[in-house]
Design a protein around this ligand. Structure first.
Ligand code: ARG
Length: 462
């Protein structure tokens, strides 16, 4: 039992909370991460209270200076956070009162912790949208360097993780540039939608004081004040959108990470990861493990978990604020940290990794990867319907498989035995370089197409 009632709202309370009540109720252990946003919001609110004549100018000035002192104490690490004061909002205000006395009590005029926390969290998530876009762009630039270096390196393209058709290394890198481009636009969209200011919604109904919500919204770089005070304090869709965008981005990173794990194995040797992004084994001296890639592959678990977690907290909550909503923050913090770290680790890995064009080429040529080119040749040069060409090619693949060779190793006579119209010219399309060079359709894997996409993205990211 803490005996004294809370100094912020203890008017009607005879005793303080039970220790367990305090433990379940307090959010200061994590919402201290909102300190900078909390103080910025309070400064804007105080300035508005002064400009509208709701609070006298000298009190506003004392509040302004006091808040700056509190901020510097927090930044210096000298601020003493108190669990009894529950959360960041009351911790800051209590310290302000220690510093400046009575005027501190005027700061909370025409405001509630409900609009305060909605504001702080929104500003924090807004910053994270910007950080995500920066992290994504940095990774895209690393991928562009890889794509440029290997715009014409042939490698196997896979479906079902079975060799399908030859593609280029540059094309594969650029596939992720596209995915990440959509990820960045999702964060930008979410940011634009969340950029309405909840401050001034007060507890839920607005206020009878003549506040200027347009002024505080502008001071805090919002596009407009939120138009409905109930909505402003009740919704956390902005955080859910951030988490949804984070989950999709983390899913993309996870797929690429998985490829890096496979590609760096002794069986593939498509890439060598740098020492800086690998670890050794304490027992097997030969090992170089792609731990960073594995951890990026796994981060989706926490991020998607946070998404499901917050949806579950929010579903079924009646309007407006319920204390359940205090459970919105920790998981978003963790998801954001995980995403930023995953993006940075992926950028580092991509910058440092060395592709092995020789191994890529050998793999590209194996597994009958140019069978489709052969079938297409039969359609184009011998006038066969595609289905028949597919059948003839299948027979040749079976023949090659039986002889333990690849398609280009079959003799012309063997080719002709499958279909009389086949000529020497067919061997031109059976080479992997010719195969990729022929795929010049828009968005195709031909090196010239890939270079055009690289140029477009370089301009876009410049
Ligand atoms: N710590 C609270 C939270 O994170 C702040 C809002 C409290 N509001 C209230 N009516 N008790 O949600």
């Amino acid at each position: 039992m803490t005996d004294s009632a809370n100094s912020m709202w203890g008017g009607r309370f005879a005793s303080g909370p039970d220790a367990i009540m305090e433990a379940i109720n307090a959010s200061i252990g994590f919402d201290r991460r909102l300190a900078a946003q909390d103080i910025e919001g309070s400064r804007a609110h105080a300035a508005m209270l002064g400009a509208t004549g709701i609070v006298e100018a000298n009190d506003v000035e004392a509040i302004r200076e006091g808040l700056l002192t509190v901020l510097s104490e927090i930044e210096a690490g000298t601020f003493e956070f108190s669990t009894a004061l529950e959360d960041i909002h009351m911790n800051v205000e209590a310290r302000l009162r220690e510093l400046i006395g009575e005027p501190a009590g005027r700061l909370h005029t025409a405001r509630s912790r409900n609009d305060q926390v909605a504001l702080d969290f929104r500003m924090w998530v807004r910053d994270q949208c910007d950080a995500a876009v920066s992290g994504i762009v940095a990774l895209q630039k690393a991928l562009l360097s890889q794509a440029e270096a290997g715009a014409d390196w042939v490698m196997p393209g896979f479906t079902h993780l079975q060799t399908a058709q030859p593609v280029t290394w540059g094309h594969h890198m650029m596939a992720y540039v596209e995915m990440l481009g959509r990820d960045a636009s999702r964060f930008a969209d979410a940011r634009a939608r969340m950029n309405e200011c909840p401050l001034g919604a007060a507890a839920l109904a607005g206020t009878s004081f003549p506040i200027d919500r347009h002024a505080t919204a502008a001071a805090l770089a919002f596009d407009a004040p939120a138009a409905n005070s109930l909505d402003a304090v009740a919704d956390r869709d902005f955080a859910l959108e951030f988490l949804a965008a984070s989950s999709i981005c983390a899913m993309h990173l996870s797929r690429f990470a998985e490829e890096l794990v496979i590609w760096s194995s002794a069986q593939f040797r498509f890439v060598a990861m740098s020492d800086r992004f690998s670890t050794g084994s304490s027992i097997m001296p030969q090992k170089k493990n792609p731990d960073a890639a594995e951890l990026v592959r796994a981060k989706i678990g926490r991020i998607l978990g946070a998404t499901v977690g917050l949806f579950t907290v929010m579903k079924g909550l009646p309007l407006t604020y319920s204390k359940d909503m205090q459970e919105d923050k920790e998981q978003v913090f963790d998801a954001a940290d995980s995403l930023m770290l995953a993006l940075a680790a992926m950028e580092g890995m991509v910058r440092d990794m060395t592709a092995n064009p020789e191994a890529l080429r050998v793999a590209a040529a194996s597994g009958f990867s140019t069978a489709t080119d052969l079938a297409d040749w039969l359609v184009r040069e011998a006038g066969l319907p595609f289905r028949e060409a597919h059948h003839v090619t299948g027979a040749l693949v079976a023949m090659a498989e039986e002889q333990g060779c690849d398609l280009p190793d079959l003799s012309l006579d063997q080719m002709k035995s499958a279909h009389g119209a086949i000529t020497e010219a067919v061997f031109d399309v059976l080479g992997v370089d010719n195969s990729v060079r022929s795929r010049t359709s828009y968005g195709g894997t031909a090196p010239d197409q890939v270079r055009a996409q690289i140029a477009r993205w370089k301009e876009q990211l410049a």
